[in-house]
Design a protein around this ligand. Sequence first.
Ligand code: G3H
Ligand code: 13P
Ligand code: ZN
Length: 305
Amino acid sequence: MLVTNKDLMVPARKNGYAIPALNVQNLESLTAVAEAAAEEKSPVIMQITPSVIKYAGLQYITGLAKTAAALHPVPVAIHLDHGEDFDTAAKCVEAGFSSVMIDGSFLKFEENVALTKRVVDMAHPKGVSVEAELGKLAGVEERSVEEKDAILTDPDSAVEFVEKTGVDALAVAIGTSHGAYKFKAEAKLDLERLKSISEKVAIPLVLHGASSVPQWLVEKANQYGAGLSGAKGIPENEYRKAIALGIAKINIDTDLRLAFTATVREVLANSPKEFDPRKILGPAKAAMKEVAKGKMRLFGSSGKA
Ligand code: G3H
Ligand code: 13P
Ligand code: ZN
């Protein structure tokens, strides 16, 4: 059943678990996530980026997501991830998304406030919840910055931002980055900063760039020809600490992509005569689904539907 991010995140923050926000891009990833949620009895956020909208088409991807939400007996939110401007957010609201992110993190503070407020004023009357971001993450996502330009979220600015915009959830920068190469040195989150933000900001907080980049997946991909040396993600024991400090939505894209691609490589390497797409994509979807279920268990959302 279709719900908003807010419906899912508020009880999550209150009760000390987090909702997996899993990026989907096509039929296989979407059904993998929906089936994982149904089997784990977990609420889930299916998130769709502007580049997925360009790739798949807004009507196609929204149609698939709405079908998944209608067919499965668990709460599902359809969320725009890293909405790049007002028009994209408005089109997604019109298409039937239940939640949108407006990512003004690359703007000056007051401009980010103004853009976010405009989206809140458009979305809230339609019952759609809004996520915004303060601070800048490094990484591979289209408008991520270079590592040297990453800016961690300032707790006092976060308070002012939430008050001025009325957003439902705030994405914070605490040392993560998008993609498979998050840390050159020791992998760690700025939990002190998160603590101080969560003491001042009561709305649910969101962790972007949160893949753990499991080494077994990297090794599997490398075994079948990928060249992913130095890939490193968030240590799995950090999630519990982040959730205890107010993180109620955890964004995962890279780990799902790794699971999918490593399996496509494996199938093609082991069955070079195979050319039925379903025989190649089916196992890849199954691998993605297992990773999605693992996140639900790890973040404590399993059994919460
Ligand atoms: O932060 C979001 C993604 O990991 C990047 O997604 O390649 O679909 O824009 P994209
Ligand atoms: P990862 O690249 O760590 O999976 O992050 C995904 C994300 O933040 C999507 O918004
Ligand atoms: Zn992100």
